[in-house]
Design a protein around this ligand. Sequence first.
Ligand code: SF4
Ligand code: SF4
Ligand code: SF4
Length: 305
Amino acid sequence: MVRVAEEWFAVCGGCEVSILDIGEPLLDLLPSLEFVHMPVLMDHKLFGQTGEKKHMEIPEADVGIVTGSIRNQENKELAEEMRRKCKIIISLGSCANFGGIPALGNMYNNAEIFDMAYRKTASTEAGDNPSQGLPALTDRVYSVNEVIKVDVSIPGCPPTPEWIAGALTSLLQGKSFSLPEKSVCDDCPTVREKKAKVAIRRPLQPAEFTPGRYDNMRCMNEQGILCLGPATRTGCGGSEKTPRCIKAYMPCRGCYGPIRAGANPMVDMMGALSSVGLDPKQIEDRMATFNRFIGAGRLRPMPAR
Ligand code: SF4
Ligand code: SF4
Ligand code: SF4
């Protein structure tokens, strides 16, 4: 029996839904797994069932699954406790692996974020920063692997359930688990003519397509609809291959992160757009757009505005 602990940090909960979305294959895996800690499913208290302990404690486990980015001191201490108690750590989802959407906050310092949240938003009655009973924010948003050693990374926002099942099955069988080093474009069935027919259009403009068909739909970028497929790791389509957003006639937003470690999606995207005759300078917020899911360690506070 493999003991599994799961913890979430700065998350939306979608990665946990993806675990449950494994569906029937989860029934095959469950007899071999014993979940010893998973806040989203079970009432296991961090400070003991009656609050008697002084420090947060997680039971020992063979596999620890962590989701979410590190946004405050409690997230950081929990990540360190997971590392102490679990033999193998799986970081699940783009928040855990690259900072995800929360790391867009790295374009601002904490004082600016508090100002916007508690004083400058039009619908907010101005007040002081909350100070009691809350963990302090870290200086910026971190990915989990910036804080603790990670053994297996599964990106995606959320990760496809097939990948989660694949990683757990590989671990149970003592095999290694690796990710494809190909781009979303490599699995995309759309038609490419290597030349854009219009300039980049406003976000959320609908693509031209025939319902039920992907193979006669023109590439989104060539339709002037910004698609981050060229600089994003493939895999979201699972065994069917066709990327998840393309199946919904929508462009890729880059949620699986860079194709390989060390890649720079911003540079890759500038090259991909230029190669079909599009001008990347048309995209006003290039830093945020090209680093939307991967801002930990990449995005920095902008100069004073
Ligand atoms: S990776 Fe996406 S689905 Fe998972 S916690 Fe972050 S925002 Fe939610
Ligand atoms: S840019 Fe987007 S639409 Fe075009 S081939 Fe790549 S993934 Fe498909
Ligand atoms: S197409 Fe892109 S944004 Fe959509 S799920 Fe796949 S990797 Fe994520």
